[in-house]
Design a protein around this ligand. Sequence first.
Ligand SMILES: [Zn+2]
Length: 341
Amino acid sequence: MIKQTNSISFTLPMPVIAMSKNKPFTTIPKPHYNLVFEPQTGTCIKVAPNIWRVCAPNKGPYTFTGTNTYLVGERELFIIDPGPDDKKHLKNLLQAIGGRKVLAILLTHTHKDHSGLAKKLKSATGAPLWFGGKHRLSRPKAPGEINLLHGACDWDLVPERTLEDGQSIAIDGVTLEVLATPGHCANHLCFGVKNSDYLFSGDHVMGWNSTLIATPDGSMGDYFTSLDRLGACDGRHYFPGHGAPIPNLGPDKNGLTYASELRTHRMMRNEQILECIKTGATSISDIVNQIYPDVGLKIKMAAAMTVQAHVEYLAEKKMLNIHQGLLGKKSFSLPQQSTIK
Ligand SMILES: [Zn+2]
């Protein structure tokens, strides 16, 4: 049985080269990940005018250096992602807030490493919770299907205000534009800072790794659409939920360019999975064993979740067929002349 995780992001090793009958796979080029980040955990760091960051003490293989909580405003504040339910982090946040009025606590999404502290911070500050609606699945569960992320989700949290795509919320001279970015999970939001380069990207786009997409909690198709949607925001300098900012270094080296690099990476993974099926793989474990032959069990399980999300996306696009076998065992085949559109 796969253990449910309480935190979401994770690192997968680079896939190996696999061989097909006609041509070898090329290795998938890695996006330009940035693993150099000194979070100064617990300290309130000014990262831009009217924007501060306090990193929570929950570093780990799935959360990198810990969850980033952001304070936005000056005399009054929005708090973005209170972080995990952790006493020390609550104390550090209250110290950073310093008695100022918190107009609202915003959540990029309701995974517990972002939302676990929300109720306690609300009690301590009196601020309401605003986010993209109660936690929900990206698609209905199939009969007998287990949601492996169930325990990592804040199912009971109810927003006092449900934020919707295209809304603007303002505080103390700062206006945030709400951008619905489902994919990592269904209620994921990004927040663009109006008339500036800044965008809070949550777990949708992070610099240290690509995000986990695990169905039915998340959806690969939604993730692709949401990567494309980032172009609708002025912001090109991203403040992610974990790790270092993704700066705007110019037209070809900014957050949006990095997001499209992530997109290309995932599209290549789609091609790689189709190649695996073409060369005889008929199940998720076949594909995982071909792409990641030498990794430990824990990574293999995470890889299986990602491959499953890709397979569902490819089936939606009619790029592969899913066959339901005995005891719920699925197998795959390619329609004739399958290419990704
Ligand atoms: Zn998350």
